[in-house]
Design a protein around this ligand. Structure first.
Ligand code: SAH
Length: 350
């Protein structure tokens, strides 16, 4: 029988499972308290050796995922983790320090099947989905490691690592509820962003979840013609379906939406493209996050020139579109999606 991962359970579910085994409810509370601190059974100090042994036969604790390696940026203190999962798979996570708090960027799948032309995560395809417990376990570990003197730990989460969250919908939504549970790390949904490449049915589902998170859409192009060239998902869900879904999401949740737009040279970064982008999002309560393209070795796509980036954002500003350029974090430690995992697995052929 597969063991039950306590990181995948709410406290109420653990209490119920304990009850069925005749273990009193206060034990569930004690064990859960240790779990969210990142403990394995060995580290649970007020639990007897006998009970630890009993539990370890049926359950796994917060050591089901391990931090295999940590890379720390000398430039900005960004930490990049390689997490080793129970089955030996490796996924990445990144912890970025901002003035307002600490943001953990988390993966939702091992690899990705969406095939975006600029993205390293998708090069080896999708190996498997992450479970809610694995994502929660990674959060717990990063939080425990970083609970510094002020015990701030992780204050914000972005689901912007490897994988397409809408392709692993149920696990991702359970993870969001675990992370924001008052019995757990209690991270406010308002401090959580989820990014999708534009899987429209997922957007419609998410708006009904009553989760006041920020939805980010990887747009990256102002026309179907361009988007088709760099994002295969656009053939399934073209802009005439994606944009109305976004409008509906904003109307339903009353939450401002974010469009991510990576500026790629000779592709989507001219002043004309900025004008087209304005037309596309006009009237929507949204913000445009401009991302300088991170060069991926296997891809011929190049970042737009700094002067083009400047002209692009100026054009948007003049037209009244709210836009900022994303600060690059951890550029000295392979900060971009999927690059570090590939390096670790030796798939970048260097
Ligand atoms: N699959 C989801 C989650 C990934 S989020 C999505 O597509 O939104 C990671 C963000 O980084 C996405 O906006 C993605 O398009 C972007 N990205 C991927 N590779 C990049 C690169 N080389 N340079 C800049 N942004 C990149």
């Amino acid at each position: 029988m597969d063991k039950i991962d306590i990181c995948s359970l709410y406290l109420s579910e653990l209490a119920q499972a304990f009850k069925e085994d005749g273990i009193p409810a206060f034990r569930a509370k004690q064990v859960y308290g240790w779990i969210i601190k990142g403990a394995g059974f060995d580290g649970m100090k007020n639990i007897s050796a006998d009970m630890k042994k009993q539990l370890a036969q049926k359950y796994t604790a917060a050591d089901n995922v391990r931090i295999q390696e940590t890379f720390i940026s000398k430039k900005d203190g960004t930490k990049k983790f390689l997490f080793a999962l129970g089955d030996g798979n490796i996924v990445e996570g990144v912890l970025m320090k901002y003035n307002y708090g600490n943001t953990l960027c988390i993966s939702s799948q091992v690899g990705c099947k969406m095939g975006c032309a600029f993205c390293a995560s998708t090069l080896g395809g999708c190996v498997r989905n992450l479970t809610a417990g694995e994502m929660h376990n990674m959060l717990i570990l990063a939080n425990a490691l970083d609970a510094d003197k002020e015990h701030r730990g992780v204050t914000n989460i972005v689901i912007m690592g490897s994988g397409e969250p809408m392709d692993n919908y149920d696990n991702v939504v359970k993870f969001l509820r675990l992370a924001s549970s008052p019995d757990g790390l209690n991270i406010s949904p308002r401090n959580i962003s989820l990014s999708t490449c534009g899987v429209v049915p997922g957007i419609f589902k998410l708006m009904e979840e009553d989760l006041p998170i920020t939805l980010a859409i990887s747009l990256h192009a102002p026309t179907d013609d361009i988007r088709n060239q760099i994002m295969p998902v656009n053939r399934a869900f073209p802009l005439k379906e994606l944009l109305p879904a976004c409008a509906k999401y904003i109307e339903r949740t009353k939450r401002r939406l974010v469009f991510e737009y990576a500026l790629i040279g000779n592709m989507n970064s001219s002043v004309e493209h900025a004008k087209q982008l304005h037309k596309l999002v006009k009237g929507l309560m949204c913000h445009i996050n401009l991302i300088p393209l991170n060069e991926v070795e296997e891809s011929p796509l190049k970042p737009a020139k700094p002067s083009e980036v400047e002209a692009f954002i100026k054009t948007l500003e003049k037209l009244g579109v709210s836009a900022t350029i994303r600060r690059e974090m951890g550029s000295d430690i392979q900060g971009a999606c999927g690059q570090l995992r590939r390096k670790y697995l030796g798939e970048d052929k260097r």
